[in-house]
Write a protein that binds this ligand. Structure first.
Ligand code: CA
Ligand code: CA
Length: 105
C-alpha cells in the first residue's frame, strides 16, 4: 500500500521525486495521530468563494505538515492551477479516501 502511494506521488509532481519527502509523507499518512481529512468541500472553502485555495487547504489539513499537504492538494487539484473547484473535489476526493487520508462521506 505504501509503495503504491509513493509511486502515485512520484508520478504526480516533480518536487515529490526526492525520495526523502515521499518517505516523510508516508510516515505522516500512517501516523495514527494524523486525523483523516473531512470529506465536505464546505469545510475547506473557508471564505466561501466556491473554491479551495492552497492556504485554505493548509489550515484544514495542517496535520500533514506543509509539504505533505502540498502532495495531498496536488492529488485533488487535477488541472494543477493551485485551486480546487467543487467539480474537481467531487471527481478526485475518492482518491484520498482510497489512500485512507480522507473520511468517507
Ligand atoms: Ca475559498
Ligand atoms: Ca484546479
Amino acid at each position: 500500500m505504501n509503495s503504491v502511494v509513493c509511486l502515485m506521488l512520484l508520478s504526480l509532481s516533480v518536487w515529490a521525486v526526492e525520495g526523502k519527502w515521499c518517505i516523510g509523507w508516508q510516515r505522516k499518512a500512517g501516523d495514527p495521530e494524523t486525523p483523516l481529512l473531512p470529506c465536505n468541500f464546505e469545510e475547506y472553502d473557508l471564505d466561501k468563494n466556491g473554491s479551495i485555495e492552497v492556504a485554505e487547504f493548509l489550515r484544514v489539513a495542517h496535520g500533514y505538515g506543509h509539504e505533505g499537504t502540498g502532495v495531498v492538494f496536488a492529488i485533488i487539484d487535477s488541472n494543477d492551477d493551485g485551486i480546487v473547484m467543487m467539480e474537481e473535489f467531487q471527481q478526485n476526493s475518492y482518491r484520498l479516501v482510497n489512500l485512507h487520508l480522507m473520511k468517507k462521506c
